[in-house]
Design a protein around this ligand. Structure first.
Ligand code: ZN
Length: 422
């Protein structure tokens, strides 16, 4: 008798999750605010500089002396503005502001610089929605003439002097957890020339971590920080505790009977392997836990009985597929891909329902070309850069194809005539 009601609830829950799935942004994702307009109004007693933004942002303001400038540091902003907007056509003798510049300063950081005619101190700085509840916001910087001493104090402070009437809470960076396979007594696959999987994948993850951190857009976790053994479940638990938004496990394989098989493969989780080869690789990687003294405990899968768990898992797996597709597309230009580069199988480390997870087999240590590639710093750098592009595309919600992330971080309002650096 309860069946119809249960089905109704399940359908409603499914609907809610489908809606969540249709939204490009993941939890913890921070879309880049776009500036679509800027204007300056001023007289002898006051200057108001307003930027029209797609989202509220937090601004940090300080002063620089000789020449006198007000600097407004911001998170990354996509300035869709002509640089000429900051150069008033006629100099006004009574004005406070000579001109203003804006643009990208560093990955994840943008800056507005206001060139002053005479010392002026910020009296109000901050962004607020154009109407209540809207994401579209106005960043306002209000300046009033002030004594040279007060202005100089703003330089010494070099810190936020105003947070505005309605500051948005800082958005935490999305956490990407990198999982270099194996470690310690578990060396993983051994290949031509004595190369060992655990070492190659650790070197790769270290390079990827370095490049991701350099963007300033992510917080990076690693499941091992050196040559140490970490169990498969512990890797997943670490990612869960770190509140991972994306989990990338990195491995390399061997196929002793076919030294011509080569290239990178991206795996996602599935109950049933996409092919026999995927099943073989998952079985081998899952066996990492069966080293003596580390018997893997069989865990009851709660997903069978729990509809919410199942829906959540389906949602994260859909995200994992989106990321996997984008990763393969981005790797295409940097690395050699396997003849079948997108596969799925029942990898233990990919089973978390909370965050999308993929496993990358960088290549085959039984193939001479792959060993050469994986051992080369140049290949690591290029391949890691391609993965950064895929991660950027994934978190920006753009179509996950090569080059789709282009444009982010580009100083649209910058350039030599509009240098925001000083
Ligand atoms: Zn492995």
């Amino acid at each position: 008798m309860n069946m119809p009601r249960k089905r109704g609830l399940a359908a409603a829950v499914a609907c809610a999750f489908m809606l969540a799935l249709a939204t490009p942004a993941l939890a913890g994702d921070a879309p880049t605010p776009v500036a679509v307009g800027a204007r300056l109004a001023q007289d002898a007693n006051e200057a108001r500089l307003v930027f029209d933004l797609s989202l509220p942002i937090e601004a940090h303001v300080y002063a620089l002396l000789s020449p006198d400038r007000i600097v407004v540091d911001l998170p990354e902003v996509n300035f869709q503005l002509s640089p000429t907007v900051g150069r008033p056509p006629a100099a006004n003798e009574t004005a406070l502001v000579k001109a203003f510049r804006f643009g990208a300063l560093a990955p994840g950081k943008s800056r507005i610089v206001i060139d002053l005619v005479r010392p002026a101190c910020p009296t109000e700085v901050g962004s607020k929605p154009i109407v209540d509840g809207a994401s579209a916001s106005r960043l306002m910087i209000e300046l009033k003439p002030c004594e040279a001493a007060a202005f100089a104090a703003l330089e010494r402070a070099a810190a936020p002097v105003a947070t505005g009437p309605d500051p948005s809470p800082p958005t935490p960076l999305p956490v990407v957890v990198l999982d270099p396979g194996h470690g310690g007594a578990d060396g993983g696959a051994r290949g031509l020339g004595g190369v060992v999987e655990k070492t190659l994948v650790f070197e790769f993850c270290s390079e990827l971590k370095r490049q991701l951190e350099a963007t300033g857009r992510y917080s990076i976790g690693m499941t091992r920080s050196g040559d140490e053994y970490v169990g498969l479940d512990d890797r997943v638990t670490m990612a869960r505790n770190a509140n991972a938004a994306l989990f990338i496990s990195v491995h390399a394989d061997t196929l002793s009977e076919a030294s011509d098989v080569n290239g990178s493969t991206v795996y996602t989780a599935a109950e049933r392997a996409s092919d026999a080869e995927a099943a073989r690789i998952a079985a081998r990687e899952n066996a990492a836990d069966r080293t003596p003294g580390n018997e893997r405990q069989a865990q009851a899968d709660p997903g069978v009985a729990d509809i919410l768990f199942d829906l959540k898992r389906r949602e994260t797996r859909a995200y994992a597929h989106i990321f996997s597709r984008g990763l393969v597309e981005n790797l295409r230009g940097a690395a050699r891909l396997n003849h079948n580069p997108e596969r799925s199988a029942g990898f233990v480390v990919l089973k978390a329902p909370e965050f999308p997870s993929v496993l990358v087999e960088l290549g085959y240590l039984s193939n001479a070309q792959d060993v050469q590639a994986l051992s080369s710093l140049d290949w690591r750098t290029k391949t890691a850069a391609a993965m950064v592009k895929a991660i950027d595309a994934f978190f920006s919600g753009s179509t996950a194809t090569a080059g789709a992330a282009g444009g982010r971080g580009v100083a649209l309002g910058g350039g030599p005539t509009n240098d925001p650096g000083h």
